[in-house]
Structure formats: C-alpha cells, structure tokens
Design a protein around this ligand. Sequence first.
Ligand code: AHG
Ligand code: MN
Ligand code: MN
Ligand code: MN
Length: 335
Amino acid sequence: MSDIKTLGEFIIEKQNDFPHASGDLSSLLASIKLAAKIVNREINKAGLMDITGAVGKENIQGEQQQKLDLFANEKFKAALESHAQVCGIASEEEDEVVVFSKEQNRNAKYVVLIDPLDGSSNIDVNASVGTIFSIYRRLSPVGSPATEEDFLQPGNCQIAAGYVIYGSSTMLVYTTGKGVHGFTYDPSLGVFCLSHENIQISEHGSCYSTNEGNYIRFPTGVKKYIKYCQENVPEDNRPYTSRYIGSLISDLHRNLLKGGIYLYPSTAAYPEGKLRLLYECNPMAFIMEQAGGKACNGAERILDITPTSLHQRMPFFAGSGAMINTLEQFLAEPE
Ligand code: AHG
Ligand code: MN
Ligand code: MN
Ligand code: MN
C-alpha cells in the first residue's frame, strides 16, 4: 500500500513544475478528476441505462450529438465552474465560448478547452472513449469576463493538457510541460494512482493508424507513405501493423505507449482535416512532444499554429519522431 501515489499527492510533489501559483494546478485538476469520475461511472453502465444513442441534434460542426457527449459536457462545465480557477471554457459541444459570470470566476486566471467525449461513435459498441483538456492562462485582465481571444492562443502557450481514457481501465494522462505522467483509476479506492511516470514514446515504431477507407482522397504524399508502411522490408520492421479504433485518444494512447504514427489528413468529407485544432490537435500535440514525439499538420508544427476560429479543423499527424520525419519527406516530394 505504501507504494501507491495518488494524482493529488503527485501534483503537490511536482508543484514547482507548474509555472504559476502553487495550488492552482491541483485545484484545477481536482475539478477535472471529479468530472472524469462521474463520466466514468456513467460510461461503465451505459449498456444498462438509456444513455446511449443520439439526441437528435447536431453540434455547430454538423455532428450528431450523442447523449453521452452532452452529459460529459455538462459535467465538465459544472465541475470547472464550481472551482475558482477558471474564467470560462470552450467545448466541442458548445457553439460559443462559455463565460463564467460569478465573481470568483471573473477573478480566475485560466481558461480550459475540452473535447468532453472523444470517440462518440464508439460509445454504443463498448469501445474506448475519452475526454481531452487543454489549459491556458487568460490574456484578458483578471476581474473582467473571459473573451474569445483568451481561447485562440497557439498551442505553444498551453500551460497544461491531458486526457482521460475510459478503457479497459480508466486512466488520466497529463503534462505541464515537464514530461508526461499517467495515472490509473482504482474504482475501489476512488482515486487515480500513479502508474506511468514520465512516459516516453519510442523514436521508431511499427504501427500506423489511419482511417484507410478515405485512402483514395488522401493527399499524394500520404498515399505514398502508407504504401511505404506496407512494403515488405523486414530489416526495417515493415510492413508495419495497422491499428485504428476511431477514437483519437485510444489510437494515440496506444501509439504513445507502443510507438507508432497517427494520420488524419484532409479527405473528401473533410477537406480541411477532421480533427479540431483547439480541442484535439493542440492538447495531443503537447503531450506527444513532451513524450519525445512529434505532431504536425503536414506543413507546420501543430503547436506553432495561431488559431483563427474556435472550431477550426486541421490535418493531424502525430507519433514517433522518426516516423513523422519520414512522413514529412514524402509530403515534401513533388507530386
Ligand atoms: P469526437 O467523437 O470527439 O467528435 O471525435 C471524433 C474524432 C476522433 O476521435 C477520431 O479519431 C476521429 O473522429 C475518427 O474519425 P473517422 O470516423 O472519420 O475515422
Ligand atoms: Mn463530436
Ligand atoms: Mn474528439
Ligand atoms: Mn467529442
């Protein structure tokens, strides 16, 4: 028992890693932890209750909202509002930024961006889903209401980011820019326990993850790279293994631990890419880089992109450094 270290204890131990006031991160993560436990509880019994399926409404991006998308959104919103560290949130499931109006929130220093439930299409089939979060220091003056500008900062301004994966076990993984740490939820104790300290992705991997159903409309460089992954070159571990769940978190979590590359380029249905820069690409790019990997949109490092709108989409490639380097060589070749 004495070896168990909880997320709360770990954060206190590492609080100098958070470049701002001590206690802020621990308080902010406490609200994320609480909402994650509530969402985890509901997801665990989803098959028994009438909480799967669509609600019959679309979000601003034209996606069918699932009951659990909205449930998770409400829980994270309420948990973040009830803590005095956050002046507003932006969410995949909200049209506009949500400005918290209470005085304690107006005096808060941080904004949080969330994908409350990632991998919605997997909810009804009992496959892993997750929550992604990204934290920035606000730009607007403390004491005033949060503004949209607070949320449109490049990813390299993130002060923390992380995800919760509701999988065969539930895990919370986060970074404050000093490495990546993972905690596994022990439901009998109701706490997240340190299980993966200082996660590092291997420089080379042998797994590629993409929705190959879209292959015919992939950019030429991506098509060539996929063929390269499939070539028979045993001394280079090729052909690589193909693994694709269809939940960004699950696909990236596996590749983070085992090595690999994730690709979501532009497609016919999504000419700008499908994944959302603010709620998906930036936090996952921050984690990937902190674990020693790379993340780009094919032309630029994800974290250097200045967002132009809240729900902006972006092509997204992330994973083992050497694999991204090879991909970039294919993308740079003339067509
Ligand atoms: P969300 O469920 O938050 O809308 O995200 C869905 C995303 C991401 O999780 C996943 O990697 C990708 O969509 C899967 O897209 P395809 O079904 O087009 O492969
Ligand atoms: Mn969605
Ligand atoms: Mn998502
Ligand atoms: Mn989502």
